[in-house]
Write a protein that binds this ligand. Sequence first.
Ligand SMILES: Cc1cc2nc3c(=O)[nH]c(=O)nc-3n(C[C@H](O)[C@H](O)[C@H](O)COP(=O)(O)OP(=O)(O)OC[C@H]3O[C@@H](n4cnc5c(N)ncnc54)[C@H](O)[C@@H]3O)c2cc1C
Length: 393
Amino acid sequence: MSRDLLVAGGGIGGLAAALAAHRAGWQARVFEQTRSLIEVGAGLQLGPNATRILRQWGLLEEARAMGCEPQRMVARDAMTGRELSSMPLGLDFQVRYDAPYLTLHRADLHGLLLSAVRDQGVALHTGHRIRGLEQDGHGVRLHVEGAAAPHEGDALVAADGLWSVLRQDLLGDRAARPSDHVALRGMAPMAQLPTQWHAPEVTAWLAPGLHVVTYPVQAGHTLNIVCVTRRAVEGQYTGWDLPATRERVQRVLAGVWPGLRELPDAVPRWGSWVLHDRPPVAGPEQMARRRVALLGDAAHPMRPYLAQGAAMAIEDAFELGRVLSAVDGAVIDVSAALARYALNRWERCARVQRRSLRNAGIFHASGLKRLARDAALRAMGRRLMDVPWLYGP
Ligand SMILES: Cc1cc2nc3c(=O)[nH]c(=O)nc-3n(C[C@H](O)[C@H](O)[C@H](O)COP(=O)(O)OP(=O)(O)OC[C@H]3O[C@@H](n4cnc5c(N)ncnc54)[C@H](O)[C@@H]3O)c2cc1C
């Protein structure tokens, strides 16, 4: 029986899927539209639900070395700088969840997965823009722009991200919806920042209509900064991954605690992303159909307020590997395996999508809601910040 998996998209999700499939005894081929597989963007937090998987893949120690292990997650008032609450992320947390909480540069995580798939001999086809798919009882065909013939395989994973063309082919739904939030992201060399920024902590700075998240990456040499604000407040910006000026970030941070207002000057380049998402899929039949499965942002694009988009893609990939390893061509065929993948994944991803969205209202609260939030954080913040159903095995 042939076990040939086509993977559309060479982002974190696509590479993780190719790696998991290879470990499950499948031949994986990755098709990526960009010419060079170089990940841009900024930082990523990875909860223990994702780092446990990196350990199973033999990648955790390298990830640890290139990232940081924050010792606390802290909520602060962005207007005064005062701490509202914190949750330790040190040894107790690691023992409780059997893995560390890491912060990494996206490019480092992507590079780690890339070298793992290269080491396994996975075929990587860059400069291949996918146009669509077809499937029948015998296999699946992937159409690539400019190619005379389609690429054929036994199964296809659509990991082509937020703007997935394969999702539209498969489900016929609309493009991802733009939210009224925009994220401004930048990275500052730690050496240029006062020591208060050097602490190994993930901090969420909360203000009405605005939140800022800061954490160290690259073994503590760089501070990752994300400012999320409403587009209406900030100007009618549109677009994804566009350059942003320092003045624009300064405007967004006008009025917050002076320590935070130091940050824009320390960042050489700011970027801007209008955040998009989709409602969760309605059921497993929308996450996999016969020989094709959606994975990562193609399946469940979410707001970043729970810092779980890449982690969910990694979990998807792990589950994909598990079901693919069971395909024997007799009792379990490809369609049955992918249906099982969808069944095991869709609800959890939907829950994370919903929780992420809910966090937006909490982070940006104003007036009485803000006072109530702050009181709750002070009284039982540690319990509120922990998410056992998400982080736990
Ligand atoms: C501001 C912000 C902060 C975030 N913070 C976190 C965090 O802290 N923790 C976390 O876990 N997640 C975080 N995320 C989410 C995370 O970045 C994404 O969920 C994750 O990268 C999704 O990976 P993916 O592989 O599914 O999609 P992508 O990374 O988008 O990869 C898709 C790939 O497919 C390729 N592709 C697309 N279309 C085609 C085509 N037609 N043909 C061929 N190739 C194609 C693309 O070029 C790309 O390489 C954040 C996101 C944002 C916006």
